[in-house]
Design a binder for this molecule. Structure first.
Ligand SMILES: NC(=O)c1ccc[n+]([C@@H]2O[C@H](COP(=O)([O-])OP(=O)(O)OC[C@H]3O[C@@H](n4cnc5c(N)ncnc54)[C@H](O)[C@@H]3O)[C@@H](O)[C@H]2O)c1
Length: 400
């Protein structure tokens, strides 16, 4: 129905939001890192926004202008948009259903406790209470990172819980924001990927993102839109994370080879990074990838590929996962020949690798997360973070 489009998307039809408002009213369901950032930034872009969470404390704090995590610029945007009346927070699904034209699902999709796959219970726990309260047509857009096939499953949930005569539609639009740059990534994304099955849904998606396109045109930029099918939209996100994890593990593997061969991995990485086909981002050796998303997304990707009979194609991701140091979440540190014991020192978590202790250097603060060992003879650069795995301090290199 829709072809992938390079450059800013031009809709083929225009739609009136079912609420009758001039611009679609947006709800964001789940106001964790993703949902809160989106709710605040889309209010800043001029939309009327209602954000929903099951956690009353979170809703209370955000309503009072208190951010639950640190993200540059968001405090100020939160306060400004609360004061302007464009942004509200609630625990009420009834209120969300009455208010919204487009409902973005932003709940967590952690790893299942009984395997590597993604736990989708929060997705269902968002659809099940929302859908029965809907009384007019609306678009439900998945933003959470999910296994391929989830959007179709969400359609079935909507069929099960919503009044079929309303014609509620489902779309999917994965998110690529990086913690540390989240506000800018949301308002100035380097691309938007979406999947919708009808022209109405595509036009609603366009209307719900128009603020981003308008901002881009005032800044003489374009936001490429890739309009695709459900499966591809779901896969783009996990494929991007798999690629980034591979890049990080690749340079860490090179660090090991450099060490035994007497090479310098920082020079190697720099030299590689000048090649535009390779690029220099995510190409610094360190403790490996971690954070709240990359590891669980890589595992869920492998688990889903296995279910679909394509597990062999992603076998390399198992190896990618081995080239990193365990951040102390229970699994054994699997960096080759490294100490398996992460230790903590005050607020700094430290890793031991080949006898080098990462120590906080002059540039290592709780927000820059960077340190170099000072031990003579060790030139490897280290990244450390205080309070890992708390999201607010997750370093940007593992922030997908
Ligand atoms: N954090 C990131 O940088 C990032 C980037 C891209 C994609 N993602 C993906 O976005 C999703 C959300 O990530 P996050 O980091 O914001 O998660 P999070 O755990 O920080 O937040 C999830 C929020 O959802 C709420 N919630 C759970 N069930 C709910 C329900 N039924 N109704 C309303 N609220 C509910 C929780 O109370 C919590 O506040 C995940 O799939 C993640 O992989 C995250």
């Amino acid at each position: 129905m829709t072809n992938p489009v390079q450059g800013t998307y031009v809709p083929t039809v225009t739609v009136t939001p079912p609420s009758g408002a001039a611009r679609p009213r947006l709800t964001f369901i789940g106001v964790g890192y993703l949902g809160a950032t989106y709710a605040i930034c889309y209010a800043e872009l001029g939309y009327e926004v209602l954000a929903v969470d099951v956690d009353p404390k979170r809703v209370e704090d955000l309503s009072a202008g208190q951010m639950p995590f640190h993200e540059p610029g968001l405090d100020e945007l939160l306060k400004r948009n609360l004061a302007a009346g464009r942004l509200r927070f609630t625990t009420s699904y009834q209120e969300a259903a009455d208010f919204g034209d487009v409902h973005f699902i932003c709940v967590g999709t952690p790893q299942r406790s009984d395997g590597m796959g993604a736990d989708l219970r929060y997705v269902e726990s968002a659809i099940a209470p929302l859908a029965p309260h809907l009384t007019r047509k609306a678009l439900i857009v998945g933003k959470s990172t999910v296994p391929v096939g989830t959007a179709e499953w969400v359609e079935h949930l909507v069929e099960k819980y919503a009044d079929p005569s309303l014609g509620i539609e489902v779309a999917w639009s994965p998110e690529f924001l990086q913690e540390g740059y989240a506000a800018d990534d949301v308002m100035r994304p380097n691309r938007i990927v979406w999947a919708a099955k009808t022209e109405w849904a595509t036009a609603m998606l366009h209307a719900a993102h128009k603020g981003v396109f308008d901002l881009a045109s005032t800044e003489d930029r374009e936001v490429p839109v890739v309009a695709t099918d459900f499966a591809t939209a779901e896969l783009v996100k996990v494929a991007a994370n798999a690629f980034l994890a591979t890049k990080i593990s690749f340079i860490n593997a090179m660090a090991e080879v450099c060490e035994v061969a007497g090479g310098d991995v920082t020079h190697l990485a720099r030299a590689l990074g000048f090649d535009p086909r390779i690029g220099n981002r995510f190409l610094q050796s360190g403790v490996g990838f971690g954070g709240g998303c990359l590891p669980k997304d890589i595992r869920a990707f492998q688990a889903r590929a296995q279910e679909l009979g394509a597990g062999e194609a992603l076998r390399f991701l198992h190896e990618v996962g081995q080239v990193r140091i365990c951040p102390g979440r229970g699994s054994r540190c699997s960096v080759r020949r490294s100490s398996p014991t992460p230790t903590t020192c005050g607020t700094l978590r430290r890793w031991r690798w080949r006898g080098c202790w990462p120590r906080p250097g002059p540039t290592c603060t709780s927000t820059t997360h960077r340190a170099r060992t000072t031990r003579a003879g060790c030139t490897r650069s280290w990244r450390t973070t205080s309070l890992w795995p708390r999201r607010s301090r997750t370093p940007s290199w593992c922030a997908y």
